[in-house]
Design a protein around this ligand. Structure first.
Ligand SMILES: Nc1nc2c(ncn2[C@@H]2O[C@H](COP(=O)(O)OP(=O)(O)OP(=O)(O)O)[C@@H](O)[C@H]2O)c(=O)[nH]1
Ligand SMILES: [Zn+2]
Length: 356
């Protein structure tokens, strides 16, 4: 632990361990738990982790609700993770089916799966946050901890904290929309995810036109028609160039913060008929896991305190303002739809508050 009381590098190590299928011990003020991520486990790893067959299964709040297991929590606890008791029929394959919604419609519901009180709630929540950061399904085998913690709740909270973000490099980058653009890259010591800003035009005393663009590999690079990210990226660069002065922040928040693999899992659920909101919830995530504090910090490092924001999403305006940036104006950012993203855009309008 550092003198600040937290060590974000411990969170980075825990994320790495989870992806490799190694157990992790998480400690909070309310106790400690030992966890094995279901996604990266197999029968042998489970047997080593839990030789006596005692480990419960930890599910996120939204996954538990999807599986109709939320009613086992006390009233008012709907936002809490759920710990299922290990039963003889809760074997490795069943745990995988509890964790992964892909087969929900194909496999009949087994059970019963009685829940048991979850003592270290903050430690469990930190573990679920680490799974999201690892780009994995938020579900674990869980045992009481008997060893020292690998990571604490404070370590997880501090991981990739915007306050630790700094400019790492900058260079001229002529792009199709603006031949005199400049690129600025940012990073924190603990998180390998680098964010970038593209500065276009010359500061002229007016508030810059700013776009917060969340990474979408399928839309930005492969030009997927399932979303509006590709056309929005092009339109933002063109609008900023036309305005004379502005910044595009390219935020590495793929899939609204759940990562590429989980977003593609959500797409597979959308192939089964679920919309973008329900797909995220079935996977066990929030509808939107993004934190726009990182964007506010990037703007502050660029000496920008007031912006005109290109967006249809009021949550982006609120997120920036909560982090100390003045949004002088929201500039709508509507692009043409196509038959493949028509329903997606309707869901954004009807369920996530986008002003479309
Ligand atoms: N989880 C998930 N993420 C998606 C899906 N479709 C697009 N995304 C991601 O959503 C992000 C873009 O966010 P949107 O909700 O489309 O738009 P927004 O940024 O909130 O709002 P605007 O500023 O108005 O464009 C990108 O990170 C995409 O990768 C999906 O079906 N599921
Ligand atoms: Zn997209």
């Amino acid at each position: 632990m550092s003198e600040l009381g937290s060590d974000p590098r411990a969170a980075a190590r825990a994320i790495d361990a989870m992806r490799r299928g190694w157990p992790v011990t998480v400690a909070g003020d309310d106790g400690a738990i030992r966890l094995l991520a279901i996604e990266s486990a197999d029968r042998d790893r489970l047997a080593t982790f839990d030789p006596d067959g005692q480990a419960g299964v930890l599910l996120s709040p939204s996954r538990a609700t999807t599986l109709k297991l939320g009613n086992q929590r006390a009233a008012g606890d709907m936002a809490r993770p759920v710990l299922l008791t290990r039963t003889p029929w809760l074997d490795f394959e069943t745990a995988v089916a509890l964790a992964d919604p892909q087969m929900d419609l194909a496999t009949p519901f087994k059970g019963p799966f009685p829940a048991t009180p979850l003592g270290p709630v903050t430690a469990a929540e930190a573990a679920l946050e680490l799974a999201r950061r690892a780009g994995m399904l938020p579900a674990f085998f869980l045992l009481p901890a008997t060893d020292n913690a690998d990571v604490t709740v404070a370590d997880v909270t501090e991981f990739a904290a915007p306050a630790n973000l700094a400019i790492a490099s900058r260079a001229r980058l002529p792009v199709a929309a603006a031949e005199t653009a400049e690129i600025v890259a940012f990073r924190t010591p603990d998180d390998p995810t680098d964010h970038v800003a593209l500065l276009i035009g010359t500061p002229d005393g007016r508030s810059p036109l700013v776009r917060l663009h969340s990474e979408c590999l399928t839309g930005d690079v492969l030009r997927s028609l399932k979303c509006d990210c590709g056309p929005q990226l092009d339109a933002a660069l063109a609008a900023i160039a036309a305005s004379g002065w502005g910044v595009l922040l390219y935020l590495r928040q793929e899939g609204r913060g759940i990562g590429l693999i989980n977003k593609l899992r959500a797409y597979a659920l959308q192939d089964q008929g679920f919309d973008t909101v329900d797909a995220n919830l079935r996977l066990g995530f929030a509808v939107d896991s993004r934190d726009f504090g990182v964007a506010a910090r990037m703007l502050a490092l660029l000496n920008i305190d007031t912006v005109r924001l290109l967006t249809n999403n009021p949550a982006k305006v609120a997120g920036l303002e909560a982090a100390g940036i003045v949004v002088a104006e929201r500039v709508p950012h509507i692009v043409a739809s196509n038959p493949h993203n028509h329903d997606y855009l309707a869901t954004k309008r009807d369920r996530t508050g986008h002003q479309l």
